[in-house]
Ligand binder design. Structure first.
Ligand code: SAH
Ligand code: SF4
Length: 389
């Protein structure tokens, strides 16, 4: 069994404590099928969709376009559930971070980053991550499971609840953009991520266009093609190194999908042009990948691919094996990249006071039972075997 399949084995039961089934996260077809199986008309699905995803309703009683007996019947069998908010932290710079607990007790974080003309929600795709990139704190959290589609969509819905964004205002939204850059590797949980993003993109609902959604991957080459063809959202690639030797060391996935394959997959990502580029993320690690020679090699590596470069100052965490590059090194690196035609490359760190930065999410230590640990050791061994094979 692959690591991602194994993680799926931990998936949530889709019913609440009262045995009611959660409707959030069902596709339109599934919602229709659900209505038919409950003895209701198919068109109820359309009505429900509007209430759930356009109006943000969580209580059937407010769904006034449905007759009262229908509402009562729905409430007996179904729920429109939200995860529990365990913590709600606000940074001095306006960044906000929610720690959410799922019904099985697992926790994930989402982060809202407001900017002048837009707002971005950073969404998690897994609890932890089966990959173990050496600079990333998520990779040290050994408890891993995939989030299901409802748990991914729920992060967006909960942020909208908190920011008072129902129904969606046509302009000036607080959540105008989504980035799949929270915990986890979204392309190791492709099915659930795709299902969730289709719900988020649906025009009679949350309605965030694919142009405003960016999926970040460490480079799961076969799934990149599928993602491009089926979702065609913007792609961000965590590159972080320009040679296989270094990338093998800091990002174990490179041993399975080395740079040449990764670059080929980028080059052929559907819909690329000068207005629609791949973002290459590059975390600046002191003395590791931050020399002028690295910068020049980076420019060369990206030749011919419509690209943007995002230099991310490393966010240190307790026990991290690396340090952040000096400001000077980042500037010199940035200048070389700029001179080659790549604009505004350094990402400013936001929400530092609430540990909301990349790679720091859910930083509190996780205590594991012996059984959990054994299960996770197995996942990791399978992942290592998959990467070696
Ligand atoms: N798994 C996906 C998406 C989540 S990580 C991926 O790796 O792309 C989001 C981004 O944060 C990635 O570019 C990741 O490499 C970067 N990142 C991880 N740890 C970091 C750290 N400590 N400092 C800065 N960036 C980090
Ligand atoms: Fe996973 Fe991305 Fe962190 Fe690597 S950088 S361990 S792929 S979350």
């Amino acid at each position: 069994m692959s690591a991602s399949n194994h993680a799926a084995a931990f998936a949530l039961p889709a019913v609440d404590a009262d045995g009611r089934k959660n409707l959030v996260g069902l596709s339109r077809d599934e919602l229709e099928a659900e209505m038919l199986s409950a003895g209701l008309e198919k068109f109820r699905a359309r009505q429900l969709w509007h209430w759930i995803y356009h109006r943000g309703a969580t209580d059937f009683a407010v769904m006034t376009t449905l007759a009262k007996p229908v509402r009562e019947k729905l409430a007996e069998t179904y729920a429109v559930a939200r995860p529990t908010v365990v913590r709600d932290l606000k940074s001095v710079d306006g960044t906000r971070k929610w720690l959410l607990r799922m019904p099985d007790g697992q926790e994930v974080e989402s982060v809202h980053i407001p900017e002048e003309d837009r707002g971005t929600l950073c969404v998690s795709s897994q609890v932890g991550c089966t990959l173990t990139c050496r600079f990333c704190h998520t990779g040290t959290q050994r408890l891993v499971r995939n989030l299901d589609a409802s748990e991914i969509v729920a992060q967006v819905m909960l942020a909208r609840d908190a920011l008072g964004e129902w129904p969606a205002p046509p302009d000036g939204r607080m959540i105008s953009n989504i980035v799949m850059m929270g915990m986890g590797e979204p392309l190791f949980n492709y099915e659930n991520v795709a299902k969730a993003l289709k719900i988020v993109m649906d025009g009679d609902g949350i309605s965030i266009s694919k142009r405003r959604i960016t999926l970040s991957t460490s480079g799961v080459v076969p799934a990149m093609k599928r993602c491009g063809e089926e979702l065609n959202v913007n792609l961000a690639v965590s590159l972080h190194a320009v040679t296989d030797e270094l990338r093998d060391l800091i990002m174990p996935i490179n041993r399975k999908y080395p740079l040449k394959e990764l670059m080929d997959a980028c080059r052929t990502y559907p819909g690329l042009n000068n207005a629609r580029r791949i973002t290459f993320e590059y975390v600046m690690l002191k003395g590791v990948n931050d020399s002028p020679a690295d910068a020049r090699a980076l420019v060369k590596l990206l030749e011919g691919i419509p690209s943007k470069i995002n230099l991310i100052p490393f966010n240190p965490w307790p026990g991290a094996p690396y340090e952040r590059s000096t400001d000077r090194a980042i500037q010199v690196f940035g200048d070389i990249v700029n001179n080659a035609g790549y604009a505004s490359p350094v990402r400013t760190t936001r929400g530092e006071d609430i540990m909301a930065a990349c790679g720091q999410l859910k930083s509190a230590s996780v205590r594991l039972s012996a059984a959990d640990r054994a299960a996770i050791e197995k996942v990791l061994a399978e992942k290592d075997a998959a990467l070696a094979g």
